[in-house]
Each structure stands twice: as C-alpha cells, then as structure tokens.
Design a protein around this ligand. Structure first.
Ligand code: NAI
Ligand code: A1CAB
Length: 281
C-alpha cells in the first residue's frame, strides 16, 4: 500500500457494476487522478475518460491495457463477467505488487479459484455489490481471503463505504447476499415495470403510468432510507382497514408473493452456486 490515505484504484472492466462503483467513488470526492479504468472497446474507453476524467486503457487496441492499469495500484477491482475473472487474474498476475489487494465483484468465483490464478500470498477479497453504488446507495458485502490483512480489508471497506453500506460476511453467505441485494435492484425495477403495465391496463397513458410507477418506487425508497425505517410499519401506514390498499396487498399475499420472493432470491443464490461449479470446478 502507498503511504497516502487515498489508495490508487484500478477498475478492470468498467461495465454496469464496476462502472457504478467507479462513478460512486468519484462522486464521493476521490480525485480522478487516483483512479484508472479499463474497457474492452476503445469507443467506450474514450466515452468513459471524457465523462469521468480518469485514465482509461482499452484492451481492444492495447494488449497490455489491464497490466498497465494495475501497475502501481493499491486496489484492483475485477469487474468482468464471471467466466472471464480467472483469465483476468492470469493476465495481470505478473503486474501486481505483492501487497496489491485484488477484489473481485463477480458472482460465482471463489476465493480459492482466484488464489490459484494469482501469485502465492496475494491479498484478495471477494465482494458482492449492487448497482445503486453509482448513487452512493449501494450495499456491498466483503469477504477477505487468507492473506488479506486487517489494514487492507479496512482500506477496501473504506473505499466501498463511499458508495454504500459495507457488511462483512463469510464466503458461504455470499450466495444469500447475491439473492437479496446483489440481484435485488432488478426485483424492484421489475415491480416498477409491472406497476407501469398495470397502470396502462387501467387506462393511463403509457408516459403517465411510467411516471406514477417510477416516482412511487423511488419515493417509497426514500421513505425506507433512514437507518431506523421499518418496511412493515411504512406498509401499514398506507393500508387503511378495509380500504383499497388492503385489497391490493391481500391480492399479492393470496397470489403467493412471499413464496415467490423467497424462491426468486433462492434461485439467484442457487445460480451463484452453479456458477462456482461451472467456473471454479
Ligand atoms: N450488474 C450488477 O448488478 C452486478 C454485477 N456483479 C458482477 O459484476 C461483474 C460484471 O458484471 P456487469 O457489470 O453486469 O457486466 P458488464 O458486461 O456490464 O461489464 C463487464 C465489462 O467488462 C468489459 N471487459 C470484458 N473483458 C475485458 C477486458 N479483457 N479488458 C477490459 N474490459 C473488459 C466489458 O466490455 C464490459 O463493459 C460480473 O462478474 C457480475 O457477477 C455483481 C453484483 C451486481
Ligand atoms: O446477474 C448477475 O449474475 C449479477 C450478479 C448479481 C447481480 N448481477
């Protein structure tokens, strides 16, 4: 680690997830000079550099892009698709300093598999973030590998806490984190989509239905924001006895929403397990 308080961070693969963390970190006030990023295509690299002011290297035109980004970095966040993570470890292993912390945000890639593809003793962390990180409202689990020091875990937790709430979990519970919060934003967006469609079916113009659905979901999210907010109490505050909401909520419950949500989270977790088998053997 460098002696300064702000580490140099390399984002390898800057798509939805790593891009969200990168943007959240910049929005929190970290200097672009301390950040490098890589993309596959040169076009998206140029767009990212223009948008963020960070140094971007693109692997499509520069075979050394990822190694260049890693050189001198304190923290390296691997944000490519799960099938490409171990290949990325192989690609950058010789460019890593022994105390560079390598963090994977991928579903389904174990610490053991990463360790096998990195130099002996390399500090590693497995994280499970979510995309509201771009707005500073992510929730991110971290799981340190065997050679990760307390100081290194504190350093990555500090960076990630700029973009959301950080929790530490044992590796066997990452599947649960994935099922609830990693995949979770998509469940909420799906609900917003369904509400919009329902509004249209009830006769609203599509644009009006879109605004009603999106403002309702984001407004409800604001009410749920305070540390002590309680979803059940907020729901009850909308639900008048024998009123309209009660009829709607009962329709959800009678339709099996509780089991459906549990099954959906379980399916996400199970797919993470399956990916571990697929990619980590
Ligand atoms: N999208 C999400 O909400 C979440 C994603 N994740 C994890 O994040 C990882 C990335 O997922 P997404 O961001 O959704 O995918 P994505 O496809 O949006 O991002 C991956 C990016 O890596 C780039 N890339 C691929 N190979 C590269 C290379 N050799 N050099 C440089 N850039 C390269 C791609 O062009 C792409 O932009 C996955 O492992 C996923 O499991 C984890 C939690 C949430
Ligand atoms: O869908 C996926 O596999 C990734 C992991 C969690 C959210 N997106």
């Amino acid at each position: 680690m460098t002696e300064t308080t702000e580490p140099v961070i390399a984002f390898l693969g800057s798509g939805s997830m790593n891009g969200s963390i990168l943007r959240g970190v910049l929005a929190s006030g970290v200097s672009p000079e301390r950040i490098r990023a890589t993309t596959r295509s040169e076009g998206s690299g140029r767009a990212l550099a223009e948008e963020t002011g960070v140094q971007v290297y693109s692997s499509e035109t520069d075979g050394e892009a990822n190694a260049r980004a890693v050189d001198g970095a304190d923290l390296v966040l691997l944000g490519v698709k799960p099938y490409a993570i171990l290949e990325m470890c192989d690609e950058v292993r010789d460019a890593l300093a022994p105390d560079t912390l390598v963090v994977s945000v991928a579903a389904g890639i174990t610490l053991a598999a990463m360790a096998d593809h990195l130099p002996e003793g390399q500090p590693i962390v497995r994280a499970m973030p979510n995309t509201p990180s771009s707005a500073g409202r992510g929730v991110i689990s971290v799981t340190p590998g065997q050679h990760t020091t307390e100081a290194q875990l504190a350093s990555i937790s500090d960076v990630l806490s700029q973009v959301g709430t950080v929790v530490t979990v044992p590796e066997e519970l990452i599947r649960a984190v994935t099922g609830v919060s990693g995949s979770g934003p998509a469940y909420v967006f799906l609900l917003a989509e369904m509400m919009q469609k329902a509004g249209e079916k009830l006769g609203l113009e599509p644009e009006v239905a879109r605004v009603l659905a999106k403002e309702t979901v984001s407004g409800a999210g604001v009410l749920l924001s305070p540390e002590d907010a309680d979803a059940e109490a907020l729901r009850k505050a909308v639900t008048s006895p024998n009123g309209t909401t009660e009829r709607a909520i009962n329709t959800f419950l009678d339709g099996g929403i509780e089991k459906l949500v549990a099954d959906a989270a379980g399916a996400s977790a199970a797919r993470g397990d399956e990916m571990e088998q697929e990619y980590c053997g």
